[in-house]
Design a protein around this ligand. Structure first.
Ligand SMILES: N[C@@H](CCC(=O)N[C@@H](CS)C(=O)NCC(=O)O)C(=O)O
Length: 213
């Protein structure tokens, strides 16, 4: 198993946590998406989407973090990250998509680059943009977790794909130095997640290449 990843990548964080929870060993290959390595022909052959993560298993290449996590759940069912019950599965996927489909895509390098190179935004404006959308994602999660409080994880006793994505949204907030105290349910869920070594080790702050950008 190989994972094309990058220390700061939120989508790769999701897959790294899922692999760790399932205790699946993987060879990690760093693709420096800040210096444009996602566009190198060698990597474009792996993922024509020019993004990380990409996951290789038995000669098959997969991309899109949530699709990879679903695949991992198929090939190794325990611990289950996507509930068996249809209604619970829909809720888990919906919570996951708040980060993966709504909030996170607004802060990825290609968006930041377009803001600076095409729209003339300076660093402060880009940071403000990213902080705003990171915070909106957290606020959405706070409302959702208020409506259905975690017990103690979003769907029950063990972490699921929903907790992985909420934790990823917290990682984005951490990268933008956001104070989560106004979001107590998210903050408490995040503490529960990051108390687990599988989540803690995947946080970009723990990566040897971590630097402030
Ligand atoms: N929806 C995709 C997002 C993939 C994605 O955008 N990854 C970012 C890093 S988190 C990336 O590689 N971006 C490259 C770029 O924006 O140029 C997933 O969940 O895998």
């Amino acid at each position: 198993m190989q994972l094309y990843t990058f220390w700061r990548s939120n989508a790769a964080f999701r897959v790294r946590v899922a692999l760790a929870l399932k205790k699946l060993a993987v060879e990690e290959i760093e693709v420096d998406i800040l210096s444009g390595k996602q566009f190198d022909p060698d990597y474009a052959d792996v993922n024509a989407g020019h993004a990380v993560p990409a996951f290789v298993h038995d000669g098959n290449v997969m991309f899109q973090s949530l699709a990879i996590i679903e695949y991992l759940d198929d090939i190794q069912t325990e611990p289950r990250l996507i509930p068996a019950d249809a209604k619970e599965r829909a809720y888990a996927r919906a919570l996951a998509l708040v980060a993966a489909a709504d909030a996170h895509p607004l802060v990825v390098p290609r968006v930041r680059k377009y803001l600076t190179t095409q729209l003339g935004a300076n660093d402060a404006t880009v940071k403000s943009w990213c902080s705003h959308w990171a915070s909106e994602g957290i606020a959405t999660y706070e409302r959702l977790l208020t409506r259905r409080p975690p017990t103690p994880f979003a769907l029950g006793e063990t972490p699921s794909i929903a907790d992985i994505c909420i934790a990823g949204q917290i990682v984005t907030a951490d990268l933008y130095k956001q104070d989560l105290s106004a979001f107590p349910r998210v903050e408490a869920l995040g503490k529960r997640c990051f108390d687990l070594p599988e989540f803690a080790a995947a946080h970009p702050f723990q990566h040897p290449d971590y630097r402030e950008i």
